[in-house]
Design a protein around this ligand. Structure first.
Ligand SMILES: Cc1cc2nc3c(=O)[nH]c(=O)nc-3n(C[C@H](O)[C@H](O)[C@H](O)COP(=O)(O)OP(=O)(O)OC[C@H]3O[C@@H](n4cnc5c(N)ncnc54)[C@H](O)[C@@H]3O)c2cc1C
Length: 371
């Protein structure tokens, strides 16, 4: 007989959302988090954007869970007073050639069930008079959220439903036992173990390591993660009013491109860029040497910004399955029955739009386990 029904490894927004969903019918649940607080890793180092679901390949988990998660997230925010704003976004063509690409983006979005409005140059400038534009797509459903308030809400929900979140508790071993898994824990030097029938791996940047602890060959399975840093530069407060919504360039093969982000306090920043790291010990400082490249990218959107108007801000690290220059990869969210690991669910490569998708990921994991 296991000690508990469910153990979720990882107290980021995804692990907490899964915990909150499952605790409703399965209160014998614990979320295990190695840090002193939940949500201290990727979940507190991101753009805090509620994405519409525009760019992801139709039919992918990213597309589906983003669209479902976005709707649910707005409902959760409204019902629980979680700070958020449906700020809207435009994807702006900053050179005439980019205008052709807008139609393809709108068509992809439509296949994902996301309607975008095509705006000509005049209509775009009526919304954002300070940007350089030849026309744009307007996304009415994009917004911003306080991810900390969202995680606090999931944390409270877990507790109210009878589950718990155990911090300072690192999972260091996973053993298959009859009826479940024995998890070996390191709680600041004190070692212990307990058994759970179901284990959910939502360990973010360490989710491939956790899969390996469960006996999976991560290279053979295609679970190996690459650490991809994204840095941001903030715009000086005197120029923070130059845009009033999120403004993105037309994406390239490299990614979405450095874009204009506003937070709930009205701060304007640009980012994140894409930097594949050579190892797995990220340095979160923003490299001052990136200033010229950043200010050049920013000027494509806001021509009046000079090098002196930007200051290094924050950075985050994406747990990416996609190799540098390699094909796009979808989220991996799998109940590992076919590997003989019934009761183990792995979530690997949950980079953007993981925050937006989090409530839908909770439902998806529930359906994988309980039908
Ligand atoms: C720069 C950047 C910008 C982004 N912008 C957006 C955005 O605007 N909108 C959006 O929807 N998404 C965005 N994302 C993606 C989003 O932030 C992530 O998808 C989401 O935060 C992932 O949450 P998580 O819970 O899976 O991971 P994490 O937040 O990393 O949580 C995993 C947790 O597991 C814990 N853990 C790891 N190993 C162990 C262990 N052995 N034992 C116990 N605990 C362990 C870690 O300490 C960590 O707290 C962005 C990401 C980045 C990097």
């Amino acid at each position: 007989m296991a000690d508990l029904e469910i153990a979720v490894i990882g107290g980021g927004v995804v692990g907490l959302a899964i915990g909150a969903r499952l605790a409703e019918d399965h209160p014998q649940l614990v979320v295990l988090e190695k840090n002193e607080q939940y949500g201290m890793e990727t979940s507190s180092r991101n753009s805090e954007v509620i994405h519409a679901g525009i760019y992801y390949p139709p039919g992918s988990l990213r597309a589906r869970l983003c669209v479902e998660g976005r709707e649910e997230l707005y409902a959760i925010c409204k019902a629980n007073d979680i700070p958020h704003r449906q700020l809207t976004k435009i994807i702006s063509a900053s050179v005439p050639d980019d205008t052709d690409k807008l139609d393809a983006i709108a068509a992809n979005a439509e296949r994902n069930g996301v309607h975008l409005e095509r705006l000509d140059r005049t209509a775009t400038l009526a919304l954002e008079p300070n940007i350089n534009t030849f026309g744009s797509l307007f996304s009415p459903t994009t917004g911003i959220i306080s991810v900390h308030a969202l995680m606090d809400h999931f944390h409270r929900t877990i507790a109210e439903r009878g589950g718990m979140v155990q911090t300072r508790c690192r999972v260091v071993g996973i053993e298959r036992v009859s009826g479940g898994y024995r998890l070996h824990l390191d709680e600041q030097g004190t070692h212990s173990a307990f058994e759970a029938e179901i284990v959910i791996n939502a360990a973010g940047l360490e989710s491939d390591t956790i899969a390996a602890l469960a006996g999976i060959d991560v290279d053979e399975a295609g679970y190996r993660l690459h650490y991809v840093k994204g840095s941001y530069f903030a715009i000086v407060p005197s120029k923070a009013g130059l845009v009033t919504r999120l403004v993105y360039p037309v994406p390239t093969d490299e990614g979405l491109g450095v874009h204009a982000l506003l937070d709930l306090g009205g701060r304007l920043k640009f980012g994140p860029d894409v930097e594949y790291l050579p190892d797995r010990s990220p340095d979160f400082r923003v490299d001052e040497g990136k200033r010229p490249a950043f200010s050049a990218s920013i000027r494509r959107i806001l021509p009046t910004i000079s090098d002196g108007d930007i200051v290094p801000d924050m950075s985050g690290v994406r747990p990416k399955l996609q190799q540098k220059g390699g094909p796009l990869r979808d989220f991996i969210i799998v109940h590992e029955r076919s590997r003989g690991l019934t009761g183990l669910v792995n979530l690997v490569g949950i980079d953007s739009p993981g925050l937006t998708s989090s409530p839908a990921i909770g439902r998806y994991v529930e359906s994988l386990l309980f039908g």
